[in-house]
Write a protein that binds this ligand. Structure first.
Ligand code: FAD
Length: 380
């Protein structure tokens, strides 16, 4: 790919979560780039398992379109030349990094495995173009260290260091001044163990719900696992705000049946159909967690507004960008785009849904690939 070489300042990457690490690893393989990565944690300990969408490693328009969520939208929204340019960039990713991405998109992977392997990759590469600093940055200190031609990329996650500073004004420390928040819907996440192998696919999801006219139990299609003993099944049901507010944060199936029978019936119908097919039983209790499906996004993702303000301020002199959860995401059931967010230049999916329905919104659809919810999600 061609382009104007950037002036030789330093790239300061604030936040060494998956996105900051990934960006650092990408920049490290670009000759002439000097990166300083700031992370407050001394070690990686977040053990939760995440699944990365397969389209992250798509290296052709065909494989990119194979994404079951947005596949059909891709050609309608994007100019083929634009897509080709972005895909060409993907193909240029260093082989060692690409190998990691390929491995992570095979199934679930613990978040700290992603972080640790990126960290090891960065440390193990020759060249010394990356400097790492263990520090908790504050916004003023981060801006004060910028020298001419430096760039700062804020990858500090949901509680971004600089998101709300990117808008010029008097009230710079006021929260959410550059953040839009949306409540997409309310939902229950229902998890249970089942005594037989059970694999959910797109078809069963529909026919097991055929009598559920109001509340549909949307199983996590690619997230049902059998460990040789039991299957781990998870599903989601959209609920009304009234129901949501009347519920405790976490409860069990018995309470759901007793106090919210109109919702429980759809879950039980679904489970009964699993039992009819596989002749098994629920093991232990059902766990129900209520979650608001909120999303947020920065109004301004860069310091552009400062540049055009004419003000004398570090943000008016040095380019600052938001990336990853610092830019856009979901504070609660975040399925935002960890590694994918690095690729704002790679097309990634964002929940820019139109007309989400109450029980089957874009957030549901994003969170639960293959949920079959009828809405349109955009792709950057
Ligand atoms: C329960 C749950 C399940 C999820 N499941 C999935 C999934 O299956 N698939 C998926 O793609 N995504 C999933 N996500 C979302 C994914 O974890 C996030 O999108 C991803 O972690 C965002 O990466 P990030 O690097 O932008 O931010 P973060 O992971 O939040 O990293 C930010 C980093 O910045 C550091 N930092 C913050 N402030 C400072 C500071 N002031 N100074 C120095 N360092 C700082 C933090 O220590 C952290 O290391 C899930 C999220 C949750 C909560």
């Amino acid at each position: 790919m061609t382009g104007t070489p950037r002036a030789q300042g330093r790239v300061h990457v604030a936040g060494g979560g998956p996105v900051g690490l990934f960006l650092t690893a990408l920049l490290q393989s670009v000759p002439g780039q000097h990166v300083r990565l700031y992370e407050r944690r001394a070690s990686y300990s977040r053990a939760r398992w995440v699944a990365l969408a397969k389209y992250l490693v798509a290296d052709s328009i065909e494989s990119y379109r194979a994404d079951e969520i947005d596949g059909q939208d891709v050609e309608a929204i994007f100019d083929p030349v634009e897509l080709e340019t972005r895909l060409a960039y993907r193909r240029a990713v260093a082989p060692d990094l690409r190998e990691l991405l390929d491995a992570w998109t095979q199934g679930f992977v613990p978040l700290n495995t992603i972080e640790q392997s990126l960290s090891d990759l960065i440390d193990g590469r020759p060249g010394g173009s990356v400097e790492r600093v263990v520090v908790e940055l504050d916004a003023d200190a981060a801006l004060a260290m910028l020298e001419p031609d430096d760039v700062l990329v804020d990858c500090t996650g949901t509680r971004s260091l600089l998101r709300d500073r990117l808008l010029p004004g008097e009230d710079l420390t006021e929260r959410a001044r550059n953040t839009r928040r949306y409540r997409m819907e309310y939902a229950l996440v229902i998890t249970f163990l089942y005594s037989q192998p059970y694999v959910c696919n797109e078809y069963c999801k529909f026919y097991k719900n055929r009598d559920n006219t109001d509340y549909k139990f949307i199983p996590a299609v690619h997230r049902t696992y059998y460990d040789g003993d039991v299957s781990h099944v998870t599903g989601i049901i959209g609920v009304t705000r009234e129901d949501f507010e009347a519920m405790p944060p976490v409860f069990d199936g018995a309470l759901l049946r007793e106090r919210f029978p109109h919702i429980a019936v759809s879950m039980d119908r679904f489970i009964d159909r699993i039992k009819e097919e596989t002749d098994g039983e629920i093991v232990g209790n059902l766990e129900v967690t209520r979650i608001p499906l909120d999303v947020y996004g920065a109004r301004n993702f860069t310091s552009d507004r400062w540049f055009s303000s004419g003000l004398d301020h570090p943000l008016a002199r040095s380019p600052v960008f938001l990336l990853g959860d610092a830019a856009i995401g979901s504070p609660t059931s975040s399925r935002s785009h960890s590694v994918s967010s690095v690729h704002s230049s790679w097309p990634a999916t964002s929940p820019t849904a139109t007309s989400p329905s109450r029980r089957c919104s874009a957030a549901t659809r994003r969170s639960w690939p293959g949920s079959g919810c009828a809405c349109t999600c955009g792709r950057r």
